[in-house]
Design a protein around this ligand. Structure first.
Ligand code: RET
Length: 271
């Protein structure tokens, strides 16, 4: 298969994955299902667009050292990796407001990893600048692992055994699959050129399909199973139902959610 074949394969896999996710999440019963639906669907939709651009020859630029640099790939990662991390963090936190800064901290670290990774990618082959940026990006990656397996895992345990178990499973898959990326970079056409450009494109495509489509479908299905168990155990509060029967206003104190009764008269601003 040529590089172009792999890019078309990626496009078809992402489009099919989007269609499957669209159907899987059509009926949403709770906040959890709604969160995961939104995130996983837009991850594959973003990648569908990115792979289409790359397959049509619009997603790359020709660098001075003669390589095609796939800008679309990094644009995709900059959008989708924070979304995938957010999904995992919401499995642990349930409500993002409980540890808002921890969630955002992980998302910013992830964005920092991709942004510095782009600079590593387009730095000239063999330059020390490339490896300096690679190390900075890898440092950010390390902090993502620390955040996930440290404080985020502790938070998941406060969300009950079902949430803790699902977080552990998903965090394990994500940690293993994501680890492939810096390795592919190292061996591929952006790094040491141990493998050629086609093999690099093939490996990135295969791992993108695993990280977005396979993981997305698994995470959606597992969330649905967890939600069914939560509902059967009577553990879903009214404000987490979708659609919720009335409007609720979430406040930052743990476990507190204020029910806002519908009012049909205008409240004066000051008395
Ligand atoms: C780069 C190169 C510099 C060092 C590191 C990297 C990490 C990339 C990662 C990408 C994950 C992408 C995913 C995409 C699909 O959904 C930028 C390759 C650490 C972790 C999960």
């Amino acid at each position: 298969m040529t590089t172009s074949d792999w890019l078309w394969f990626g496009f078809i896999a992402m489009a099919l994955g989007s269609a499957i996710l669209l159907v899987m999440g059509w009926n949403r019963r709770t906040r959890d299902e709604e969160n995961h639906y939104l995130l996983h669907l837009f991850v594959t939709l973003t990648a569908t667009a990115s792979y289409l651009a790359m397959a049509l020859g619009q997603g790359s630029i020709l660098l001075a050292d003669g390589r095609d640099f796939y800008v679309a790939r990094y644009a995709d990662w900059a959008i989708t990796t924070p979304m995938l991390l957010t999904g995992l963090c919401l499995t642990a936190l349930h409500s993002p407001f409980r540890r808002w800064a921890l969630l955002l901290g992980l998302v910013f670290t992830d964005f920092y990893m991709i942004a510095t990774g782009v600079v590593a990618g387009f730095s000239p082959t063999g330059s020390s600048a490339k490896w300096a940026w690679y190390l900075i990006s890898s440092g950010a990656f390390l902090f993502i692992y620390i955040g996930l397996w440290g404080p985020m895992r502790v938070e998941s345990e406060k969300s009950g055994p079902r949430a803790a178990k699902l977080f552990k499973t998903n965090a394990t898959i994500l940690s293993l699959v994501w680890f492939a990326y810096p390795v592919i970079f190292l061996l591929g056409s952006e790094g040491t050129k141990t493998i050629d450009a086609t093999a690099t494109a093939a490996l990135y495509t295969i791992f993108d399909v695993i990280a977005k489509v396979v993981y997305g479908i698994f995470s959606m299905a597992a969330t649905r199973t967890k939600v069914s168990a939560d509902l059967a155990a009577g553990e879903v509060p009214e404000h987490d139902l979708r659609p919720a029967p009335v409007a609720y206003h979430e406040v930052q104190a743990p476990g507190r959610t204020e029910r806002v009764e519908p009012t049909h008269h205008v409240q004066p601003n000051r008395s």
